[in-house]
Design a binder for this molecule. Structure first.
Ligand SMILES: Nc1ncnc2c1ncn2[C@@H]1O[C@H](COP(=O)(O)OP(=O)(O)O)[C@@H](O)[C@H]1O
Ligand SMILES: [Mg+2]
Length: 204
């Protein structure tokens, strides 16, 4: 609570800095603006994480396949190279749709950041739901997968440095959301594409 309070309080001075910077006529302006934007992004990611499950919405009977299809469509519209490769089974699952969307979007974001394209598959059985997100990137070594799911852990940060705005929370948030659903986030290697395969598996 303390950390999220501090993060929240830092937003106002950062916004003021950004406004002052915008009025500067100086060669230093642009890099400083980028720094401020980085800080804002970090704070937003942290607040998002601190809010966690409190704001993940109520659980409701959900058509999981339709939800994932919608997430994929939205990502495609945003220019992301993602396809729904398989959608199998039928019925409704009790889910927190907003949280589940966030989890899947985090995994897709990683897939296209560390790889170039992403394939999703949904398998619904009598007893379980599995949402799998695969990519063609370098994957994660088996002995580092647990570590990668911890908050604020970024692996091989030298390689990732300019690959986006991550602060090491994407997998931690996805794992948390899987857990709130009584499930798990499981990382493996993709047979389909060779990169990472990230499964959210929950019991029905
Ligand atoms: N799809 C992926 N392919 C390869 N490495 C990944 C993938 N997803 C996550 N990682 C590794 O796991 C680390 C943690 O991921 P994440 O929690 O999403 O943090 P972030 O993306 O902000 O660095 C990343 O820094 C990266 O090294
Ligand atoms: Mg990430």
């Amino acid at each position: 609570m303390m950390l999220s309070g501090v993060s929240h309080d830092l937003r106002t001075p950062l916004t003021r800095m950004k406004l002052s910077l915008a009025m500067l006529d100086d060669a230093e302006r642009e890099p400083m603006e980028r720094d401020v934007e980085d800080m804002q992004r970090l704070l937003d990611a942290f607040l998002d994480f601190a809010r966690g499950n409190a704001e993940s919405g109520a659980a409701e009977p959900t058509d999981a396949q339709a939800l994932v299809a919608q997430i994929v469509q939205d990502a495609q519209r945003g220019g992301t190279d993602v396809t729904l490769a398989q959608s199998q089974g039928e019925g409704v699952v009790t889910l927190r749709p907003t949280a589940m969307r966030r989890a899947v979007e985090n995994l897709i974001g990683n897939a296209v950041r560390y790889g170039t394209r992403c394939e999703i598959s949904v398998v619904l059985t009598e007893t379980s739901l599995r949402i799998r997100v695969e990519d063609d990137g370098p994957g994660i070594d088996p002995e580092r997968r647990e570590e990668a799911m911890r908050p604020f852990v970024r692996l091989d940060s030298s390689r990732n440095q300019d690959a986006g705005s991550g602060v090491g929370l994407g997998l931690a948030i996805a794992a948390d959301i899987a857990r709130v659903h009584g499930g798990v986030l499981r990382l493996g290697q993709s047979d389909r594409l060779g990169g990472l395969s990230a499964d959210i598996v929950i019991a029905r």
